[in-house]
Design a protein around this ligand. Structure first.
Ligand code: ZN
Length: 124
């Protein structure tokens, strides 16, 4: 298809996280969680290499944007990131005018007609 260029919108490719890179992430803060600033007990607590600015919010997939975080801390942050990314997408959809059905649902909120509970149809 000549008119369609395939490109990634809004997400960035994730580099593979090798044990060596995980060590680099760990050493960056010396094992301090980037989210709650408490020490991570590396051998006993589960931790992940967290993207400080989420990839879906435009963060880079490199060491500068990463740090170790408790799995529990990261879970909360990830939920918030998803919420914010979804909101940003909704706002962009509205901003570029990609939203809205071309024809309103019959008797829906955007229809010029409304149907009362009695079944009577009246102009809005
Ligand atoms: Zn933490």
């Amino acid at each position: 298809m000549p008119f369609v260029e395939i490109e990634d919108v809004g997400t960035k490719a994730r580099r593979k996280l090798t044990p060596h890179r995980r060590l680099q992430v760990w050493e960056k803060t010396g094992g301090i969680c980037v989210l709650c600033s408490r020490k991570i007990e590396g051998g006993r607590e589960r931790w992940i290499a967290e993207h400080i600015r989420a990839l879906e919010l435009g963060g880079a997939d490199n060491l500068d944007n990463m740090g170790p975080a408790h799995e529990a801390c990261a879970f909360v942050k990830t939920q918030d990131d998803h919420r914010r990314a979804a909101k940003a997408k909704r706002e962009k959809i509205q901003y570029i005018g990609a939203d809205g059905a071309k024809r309103p649902l019959p008797f829906g909120r955007h229809s010029p007609w409304k149907r009362k509970v009695s079944g009577q149809i009246v102009p809005r």
